[in-house]
Write a protein that binds this ligand. Structure first.
Ligand SMILES: [Zn+2]
Length: 366
């Protein structure tokens, strides 16, 4: 560790793309980028402000203002100027972005990608370094740079540490299982896994779902502090999100089959299918990975012991509860999908029927 730190001091100190000391990971490149973290923090606070308009409009009361939180319960005391810079940025985000969705707004997707690309810059205006002109609207550049000083001084160290800790925990599993899982999922979805590594921006906070994926270019954002993304679930979240980038053939096949049968296209079946598939593919890997992830739910933990209930297929001796089950997605609007997936998709995962037959059977059962 010390020797490596001496050989590559700058790589360990400054780089936002985190390669562990064992070298680059396969399949994914994991980043902890300053600007993208700031962006999601501001977006989150702006949404909170929007959702609590009475608090925000209580101008006189200082406690009602957005306060830069370090950890739940802990609040930093900012100087007047720092608080103003932060409030300005939150207000800018509230006025311009809080009503837009991080996933569905092209404007926000482009901004997120641009901020990711400029992660090694300590400014966005290009004042000190020409290559650090991100070409953002002038006022946005201003509020971001002003808020950046506050964020860097008070909160970024904690966020960056959380991101790096998350990456450190996920890395061994990605290293050992990443290539195999990527091939397996690409086979299942009848497509190719991307040749280039998939960029994953690890951010202290992300959207309400805790992770989201944007296409063209395919990029994943994952919240490092979200309870749903911890332990063994980190691997599933990575591959679930990446599957968003390669599952188009499934979506198209479902739509085609529905049209042929004159049935309405079920809105989220393809998404439920991705959840189901990723969970099934990950389960056996994690069950045999005894010591790869130290903070996994232990067999006698509540999370581990509840996993096999209701699972009548495939790996029913599994200790790992896939995300969809743990989050009860199948009980929140997707009730009808789980039996269909279990009955008609699972045989395909086990190699007993073809892709086309599985899709056809699923749609006819709808
Ligand atoms: Zn998803």
């Amino acid at each position: 560790m010390v020797v490596i730190a001496l050989l590559f001091p700058s790589a360990l100190a400054a780089a936002a793309q985190i390669d562990s000391v064992y070298g680059p990971l396969p399949v994914f490149e994991l980043h902890s980028g300053f600007w993208i973290n700031l962006h999601h923090r501001l977006y989150e606070e702006a949404r909170q402000q929007r959702n609590a308009p009475s608090a925000a409009s209580a101008k006189a009361g200082k406690s009602a203002k957005p306060v830069l939180q370090v950890a739940p319960g802990a609040k930093f005391t900012l100087t007047g100027a720092e608080q103003r810079a932060w409030d300005d940025a939150v207000s800018y985000y509230a006025a311009n972005y809080a009503d837009k969705d991080l996933l569905f707004s092209t404007e926000l997707v482009l901004l997120k990608n641009q901020l990711g690309d400029f992660e090694t810059c300590d400014e966005l205006s290009g004042t000190k370094k020409k290559s650090c002109d991100a070409g953002l609207p002038g006022r946005l550049t201003q509020v971001l740079e002003a808020a950046a000083a506050v964020y860097r001084a008070h909160r970024w160290p904690t966020d960056d540490r959380a991101n790096r800790a998350w990456i450190k925990r996920a890395a061994p599993l990605v290293r050992e299982q990443g290539v195999g899982l990527s091939h397996r999922l690409a086979d299942i979805f009848q497509t190719q896994w991307p040749n280039e590594k998939i960029r994953v921006d690890v951010s202290a906070v992300a959207n309400a779902a805790g992770a989201y994926t944007t296409l063209d270019p395919l990029r994943v954002t994952i919240a490092s502090t979200d309870s749903r993304n911890q332990g063994a679930a980190a691997l599933e979240v990575l591959f679930h999100e990446a599957s968003h980038g390669i599952a188009t053939p499934v979506e198209l096949a479902i739509a085609r089959e529905c049209r042929q049968r004159d049935k309405p296209i079920p809105r989220d079946l393809w998404h439920a299918l991705i959840f189901y598939t990723t969970g099934e593919v990950i389960k056996p890997v994690l069950d045999t990975e005894g010591d790869a992830s130290s903070d996994r739910a232990v067999p006698n933990g509540s999370e581990g012991s509840s996993s096999s209930q209701g699972s009548k297929h495939g790996s029913d001796d599994s200790d790992y509860a896939p995300n969809a089950k743990r989050e009860n997605l199948y009980e929140r609007g997707w009730e009808s999908y789980l039996p269909i997936l279990t009955r008609y998709w699972q045989p395909y995962l086990e190699g007993q029927v073809t892709f086309d037959d599985a899709i056809a059977h699923m749609v006819s059962a709808l």
